[in-house]
Design a protein around this ligand. Structure first.
Ligand SMILES: *Cc1c(COP(=O)(O)O)cnc(C)c1O
Length: 369
């Protein structure tokens, strides 16, 4: 029996082990551990990759979103429009500011924000919109940018799953006021610890972000605002600089394996991932929709195939959100998706044999049932 895990992080490490270990030793030899030369270089390199002027390295994707909201002036009593179908961190970042998340439903094909529902949720209190480029598929940004401009609200892109994805040729994270990235170790670009980045073309916002990430320091002894300890560390920066060089190739591998899955799964009673005409999807996750999810999951697990569910319980139904008083009847597509989504193994170091094996086993399940 072949073993195919949902993700395999060791495979990627072995390819760059020597370079990484040498660079880590170099960092330790300086003992300049935070916001040093590697962070500065990586901020330049990653913001260049995104085609924006400023990159602010922080300690996680969650912190990037939180600081972005702060920099845009979101505070207690405000409302932030986003989706319930996301990793919970998007909502946590909103909650840190004292603002209230207001959820719009998703488009059932792309699993991203249904942009037609945004205007109905705008209020006097709306300060920001957070579109989430979930699974690596870009959100339909043009309508969002237009609504935001017309109503004077900020757009903060959650691009934590979409490093290198493109919307009409524009890189995800580069279109809103601020784009937020996570470099959590399983992401398309991942460090070997916690890290994140906020990118922006707006110099004023960039300065605010820099203030907030480092205790509000304007100089050694001066604190302009109450900030946070949200600095990026040099070890992560040095690892990420090495891995950024391979990001394009690694994304191409993901896209190729996704295409292979699409072909092999065609004709079965399931829905393979949708890709909008405007989209360059980078397949952080390969998510299918199925009716008998638990049965299929168990069968695949017995066959050595790892699967995941991203995510099983939507944010609005989490106990942590109970005080927001959200009526879940308004999110039928989110509710339905959570019952049917299944993530198949997806990482750049997969092999053709492994992808074929996974697809064969899925087909075998349907031939039996
Ligand atoms: C990973 C992720 C985050 C949070 O990033 P961390 O670096 O883990 O804090 C936020 N939003 C989405 C959609 C994510 O996938």
């Amino acid at each position: 029996m072949m073993k195919v895990p949902l993700v395999d992080l060791k495979a990627g490490f072995f390819e760059i082990k020597e370079e990484v270990m040498n660079q880590i030793e170099e960092v330790f030899s300086h003992m300049n551990l935070f916001l040093g030369s590697n962070v500065q270089a990586f901020e330049k390199e990653f913001s260049n990759f995104c085609g924006v002027n400023h990159g602010i390295g922080v300690s996680s994707g969650t912190d990037a979103i939180h600081l972005a909201l702060r920099a845009c002036g979101v505070c207690k009593g405000d409302e932030v429009i986003t989706v319930s179908h996301t990793f919970f961190a998007t909502i946590e970042a909103i909650s840190y500011t004292g603002a209230r998340p207001v959820f719009v439903d998703i488009d059932p094909k792309s699993f991203t924000m249904d942009v037609n529902q945004i205007e109905g949720k705008l209020s006097e209190k709306t300060k920001a919109i957070i579109p989430v480029h979930i699974y690596g598929h870009p959100v339909d940004m043009d309508p969002i940018l237009e609504i935001a401009k017309k109503n004077n609200v900020s757009v903060i892109e959650d691009a934590c799953q979409a490093h290198g994805a493109k919307y009409k040729g524009r890189i995800c994270g580069s279109m809103g006021d601020i784009g937020c990235f996570s470099f959590y170790f399983t992401k398309n670009l991942g460090g070997y610890g916690e890290a994140g980045m906020a990118v922006t073309n707006n110099e004023k916002l960039a300065n605010q972000l820099k203030l907030y990430r480092n205790h509000g320091h304007v100089s050694k002894f001066d604190h302009a605002v109450f900030g946070y300890n949200n600095r990026m560390d040099e070890i992560q920066a040095t690892v990420l600089r090495i891995k950024l060089k391979h990001l394009h190739n690694k994304n191409t591998c993901r896209i190729n394996f996704a295409q292979k899955y699409n072909q092999l799964l065609e004709g079965l009673d399931l829905i393979t991932p949708f890709k909008a005409n405007y989209a360059e999807h980078v397949f952080h996750l390969y998510v299918i929709r199925v009716k008998e999810r638990e049965k299929l999951r168990n069968f695949l697990s017995q066959q050595g195939v790892g699967t995941g569910i991203h995510y099983k319980i939507p944010a609005h139904r989490q106990p942590a959100c109970k005080n927001f008083g959200i009526n879940s009847n308004h999110l039928p597509e989110t509710e339905k998706a959570c019952e049917e989504i299944l993530s198949l193994p997806m990482y750049p170091e997969l092999t053709n044999d492994q992808t074929s094996y996974v697809a064969e086993k899925v087909a075998e399940f349907y031939s039996k049932s």
